[in-house]
Ligand binder design. Structure first.
Ligand code: AMP
Ligand code: MG
Length: 322
């Protein structure tokens, strides 16, 4: 069976073709580069103009024709309304014209499922840290449950906003990682863990108000926020009695964050897993693969019930495929 997946929750639009054996034939995506924060409508316009060429390239690279496709999956949420609608419209028309079923996929769950496919993790706690999202997710009693999450903005957004204020290019995450290597002094910043949840806005404001070397600020921002995430992930491991951590989202490409998670898991006798970069960031293969898992367990949606869910909760989905 061959599946087309379309991702379009935020700044990334992409199309992938995967097989029911978990082979990824193509995983092609483009990212809208924001100048001053993401403008949902401008991002959606970008997606609308890219989707057809991306679809062609994804099918060409996969070497498949329309009539060989058995299923269309799309990112149903959570995300930005205009972006979600653009991806969903493309998916619906594809499903209708190819006369194949349609599946709506939860984006956060897809990060976890692609990680299970691409790494040796089987039943992990996922630390998902991207631009718009920051969540600690694990499977328990038939659902993926959120054990901790950001109460304000995703860590990636915070790093990007901080970087913009400091004149760095977008995305600022990798720039901050480089500058942090030159940092020597740990500046005190608020350590905002509330129960199992985290907050980042206050930390950013505090950092922007300090008159110290930007390298020290970058270093301190990383040390503080990554320690918060490591603490919450460790507690989720203890609570769920799991022994695998899976990383997902663009921010987890950061080597310092990986190092902290590696140390924590090692001390606990647990393992940690990071998918290849193209499967960490927002990508369409994760939508195609999760769509296949859902369909294989009996799920599909009629086009008229395929409306997007901007606030799609991770634990809303009954996990029928595990
Ligand atoms: P995503 O939303 O999952 O597509 O990931 C994009 C986010 O990841 C952006 O906010 C980037 O700033 C962030 N990011 C990418 N690479 C790194 C890095 N090496 N360190 C920290 N953040 C990063
Ligand atoms: Mg994401």
């Amino acid at each position: 069976m061959k599946v087309i997946g379309i991702e379009g929750t935020a700044h990334t639009i992409g199309v992938s073709v995967v097989s029911s054996d978990g082979e990824v034939f193509s995983n092609i995506f483009k990212t809208y580069k924001e100048k001053e924060g993401i403008h949902p409508r401008e991002a959606a316009n970008h997606h609308a103009s890219e989707i057809v060429p991306l679809l062609k390239r994804a099918m060409e690279e996969a070497g498949v024709k329309g009539e060989e496709i058995d299923l269309v999956a799309f990112s149903q949420g959570p995300g930005l309304g205009p972006c979600l609608r653009t991806a969903a419209t493309a998916a619906r028309s594809l499903s209708l014209s190819l006369e194949v079923p349609l599946v709506g996929v939860n984006h956060c769950i897809a990060h976890l499922e692609i990680g299970r496919l691409r790494t040796e993790a089987e039943n992990p706690v996922l630390l998902y840290v991207s631009g718009g999202n920051t969540q600690v997710i694990a499977f328990k009693k038939g659902r993926y449950r959120v054990f901790g999450e950001t109460l304000d903005i995703g860590l990636g957004n915070m790093l990007d906003k901080f970087g913009r204020e400091k004149g760095m290019s977008f995305p600022a995450g990798p720039v901050i990682e480089e500058k942090a290597k030159e940092g020597e002094e740990l500046v005190e910043l608020p350590y905002s863990v509330k129960g199992m949840d985290v907050e980042f806005s206050g930390i950013m404001t505090s950092a922007l108000n300090k008159e110290v070397l930007v390298e020290d600020l970058c270093y301190s921002l990383q040390e503080t926020t990554f320690a918060m995430l490591t603490e919450v992930t460790e507690r989720a491991l203890a609570h769920t009695r799991k022994d695998e951590v899976l990383l997902g989202g663009g921010v987890v490409q950061n080597k310092r964050l990986q190092e902290m998670i590696a140390k924590m898991t090692e001390e606990r006798g647990a393992s940690y897993h990071v998918p290849e970069a193209e499967f960490c960031v927002d990508n369409p293969a994760m939508i195609a693969w999760t769509g296949y898992l859902m369909y294989d367990s009996g799920i599909s949606i009629p086009v008229e019930e395929s409306n997007i869910k901007q606030k799609f909760r991770t634990d809303e989905v009954e996990v029928t495929w595990r």
